[in-house]
Design a binder for this molecule. Sequence first.
Ligand SMILES: NC(=O)c1ccc[n+]([C@@H]2O[C@H](COP(=O)([O-])OP(=O)(O)OC[C@H]3O[C@@H](n4cnc5c(N)ncnc54)[C@H](OP(=O)(O)O)[C@@H]3O)[C@@H](O)[C@H]2O)c1
Length: 331
Amino acid sequence: MRRITVALAGLGTVGSGVIHLLQDQADLIARRADVAFDIIAVAARDPKKQRSFNIPQALWFADARDLVDTQADIIVELIGGADGIAFDLARKTLLSGKPLVTANKAMLAKHGSDLAMWSRKGNVQIFCEASVAGGLPVIKVLREGLSANSVTHVRGILNGTCNYILTTMMREQRQFDDVLAEAQAKGYAEADPSFDIDGWDTAHKLSLLTAFAFDTVPQLSGIGVKGIRHLTLSDLNDAKQKGGVIKLIAQSAKDPHGNITQIVEPLFLDSASPLAQIDGVLNAVEINTSHAGPIFIQGRGAGAQATASAVVADLIDFAMGRGVPFLKGRP
Ligand SMILES: NC(=O)c1ccc[n+]([C@@H]2O[C@H](COP(=O)([O-])OP(=O)(O)OC[C@H]3O[C@@H](n4cnc5c(N)ncnc54)[C@H](OP(=O)(O)O)[C@@H]3O)[C@@H](O)[C@H]2O)c1
């Protein structure tokens, strides 16, 4: 059996999920892929923090960027943030000729073009399945399963926090602020929820879906973004009276002239439509394709286990020599 050495930066929700998944599924991974993953180096902000796993002290690095200088075959970035240490680490990884796994949609949305250039120049891969819709293998579906199709339209529910708030407002007939406060108390929403509820988290993910669907590079600046902060219970009840629901929808489309539009906004959906059925923290994506017809996938868009599932699938792809170029196109 082959052994692949891994350096892991970020040991929070997703990073700890990856450590547990690699332990729990080691036998299955060995059977399926004939490979074992050894975590040989880690970094996080606070080495003294209580963790749900044991990592020998000797494997800890004070500076995540130093992980690149270890013997690791592949670097996994699970710190987050568009810039700063995560971006420094990603750049150093690619420029040193090592492959990168990341779940960092903010960084990919902002710096996708540069990262793609370094990845192409060094002939090293960027794996990023976890960056959009957590456990849903939507990037794989778009880039691999549908690679013989042209895509005309992608739309989806990409933020579990917003979907949870809208679903709960309607089901329990409560106002936005009340449900948001409860979501924060339960850990479904951040202490500063603006990134989610104002639509920007969704916009980051949409920019990546658009790039993969239409062979371009992520273009955040062109997205019209409207969140759910202004929605009231009576808006949702009015929608129900008209036979539908309101969801925060991300959509991008390419017209016959090649023009691409991207928009994130609360939309009225007929209750019979598949996206209208997606409740709570779930995510879903609809893809309209030239030959395979409409495709619909749904599932857990966030959380330790679902997101770790995508990260470890990326590691297995690397081990098996699978994978496609990160981005093919031009702006
Ligand atoms: N959570 C999800 O469900 C989910 C889903 C899809 C994608 N993602 C993406 O996955 C990434 C990680 O998210 P997360 O939810 O796991 O975040 P998180 O729980 O906040 O964990 C972040 C980790 O990064 C570490 N860190 C922060 N600053 C650092 C620094 N300067 N040097 C080294 N380590 C540092 C933290 O260290 P400490 O532990 O010491 O604080 C922590 O271990 C993000 O890009 C996020 O967008 C998350």
